[in-house]
Design a binder for this molecule. Structure first.
Ligand code: C5P
Length: 211
């Protein structure tokens, strides 16, 4: 089944919890990043944990191995179930994230290619492919690949095989949910849901990709 993952980039704590609660029946996981954690505090995890959905920390961790380890320990101690890390810092640094995640029975995903237009400046020309290979070598649970470029997802799938591909960039960034859903394990949707007049109705609409 292709999962629907809500990217909860909402700044107000109460609104974030309301949106998450109303969308919960239609989504499989919630992704929380810097916008919400820096606005509402790390304890937002406690508010969301009650929904019973896995929580992904999108902190795109990108430091030396020891710092990555310290960050990821804090992520899992806070109650997250998975973490997103960058791979460009090297295999040792990425592996530190994977090891901490697995020690906590959690998951770690490596960014292979980002979804915005500027991503082509650095991720193309073989870099994304190398990052996907690094994710496999580090025993990461999967990669992040751009819904805005389905042909790139298909290329990266050749490298990661059965590993999970989670893909942001549908809706607000222009990616087509149905096209992408056929290629990936999880579609990540933010603004199209949380900025909608009725986020739950929009989540239900997107949930038709779950098959
Ligand atoms: O609002 P929208 O649906 O564009 O949100 C996409 C989410 O996925 C944001 O949290 C963004 O930071 C994140 N993301 C992305 N592209 C990546 C990795 C993460 O858009 N490659």
């Amino acid at each position: 089944m292709t999962e629907l993952i809500l990217s909860l980039d909402v700044l107000d704590r109460k609104r974030a919890v309301q949106i998450a609660e109303s969308c919960a029946p239609f989504i499989d996981e919630i992704k929380v990043g810097y916008p919400l954690v820096l606005s509402a505090g790390l304890s937002i995890v406690e508010d969301l944990a009650g929904l019973g959905l896995p929580l992904i920390a999108d902190f795109k961790v990108a430091d030396i191995p020891n710092t990555n380890r310290l960050i990821c320990e804090a992520v899992f101690a806070a109650g997250f179930d998975a973490v997103i890390a960058h791979g460009f810092v090297g295999a040792d640094a990425a592996r530190a994230c994977v090891e901490v995640a697995h020690n906590h029975s959690g998951a770690a995903y490596i960014v292979a290619e980002m979804s915005h237009p500027g991503a082509t400046e650095f991720f193309h020309g073989g870099v994304a492919e190398s990052l996907a290979e690094l994710a496999v070598a580090c025993r990461a649970d999967g990669i992040i690949a751009p819904a805005t470029r389905p042909e790139r997802i298909a290329r990266l799938r050749e490298i990661v095989g059965e590993k999970a591909i989670y893909s942001p960039g549908v809706g607000a960034q222009g990616g087509d949910p149905d096209t992408v859903a056929r290629l990936v394990d999880g579609v990540i949707v933010g603004r199209s849901i949380y900025e909608a007049e009725d986020p739950a109705a929009e989540a239900e609409r997107f949930s038709r990709i779950r098959r």
